[in-house]
Design a protein around this ligand. Structure first.
Ligand code: COA
Length: 162
């Protein structure tokens, strides 16, 4: 396994993994990933197998805005490199590689980088079923998100303060 930052050459592979991991109304599409990878590739972490195939990844931009909203997914230009909060827009592991600690590895590294960069913390939204999963990393549930309603799902905002 190799952990590295993302880059624009990962575009198609990442969009494909996202489409496998999320239903279409919740998944970020190719053009959305293109804008993100052009604007903040350094805020993508990918985990590859020995053949270089990506099996898991995490991404999100940085901002001074403390709460996550759906427009952030679309608008890569809102990224502010010296912002306070590391947002997490997606954490995906290909189904056949799940339950082996890959997402955990990525999350721990993503948080460690955010902390070393002097951020105040990290923010994400998730479905109710994953609240316990994120609590393990020190995220605190702030209740149903007002800013994110994508896919008609009830999203919970969670924050890990450093
Ligand atoms: C959620 C997801 C990223 C987890 O990936 P993963 O690589 O299987 O996670 P890990 O193996 O690192 O899991 C770490 C721990 O969390 C647990 N865990 C993993 N998925 C879980 C889930 N869906 N619900 C509850 N606990 C879970 C694992 O059992 C593991 O605990 P263990 O070490 O005691 O066995 C993956 O299931 C996925 O891509 N899901 C679809 C996309 C998605 O919903 N992403 C989250 C967006 S909010």
């Amino acid at each position: 396994m190799k952990l590295r930052r993302g880059n624009i050459n990962d575009l198609r592979e990442l969009a494909s993994i996202e489409s496998i991991c999320f239903p279409p109304e919740q998944a970020a599409g190719l053009e959305q990933f293109r804008r993100r990878l052009e604007k903040y590739p350094q805020h993508f972490l990918v985990l590859c197998d020995s053949d270089g195939k990506i099996i898991s990844f995490i991404n999100g931009f940085v901002t001074d805005i403390p709460d996550l909203t759906d427009e952030m997914y679309e608008k890569a230009d809102m990224h502010k490199e010296n912002g306070s909060w590391q947002m997490i827009f997606g954490l995906n592991t290909l189904p056949e590689y799940r339950r082996r600690g890959h997402a955990q590895t990525l999350m721990n590294e993503f948080l460690s980088i955010a902390r070393s960069e002097g951020r105040r913390g990290a923010v994400l939204t998730c479905k109710e079923s994953l609240i316990g999963f994120y609590e393990r990393f020190g995220f605190v549930n702030e209740g149903v998100s007002e800013g994110s309603v994508i896919g008609g799902v009830k999203w919970y905002q969670m924050r890990r303060s450093f």
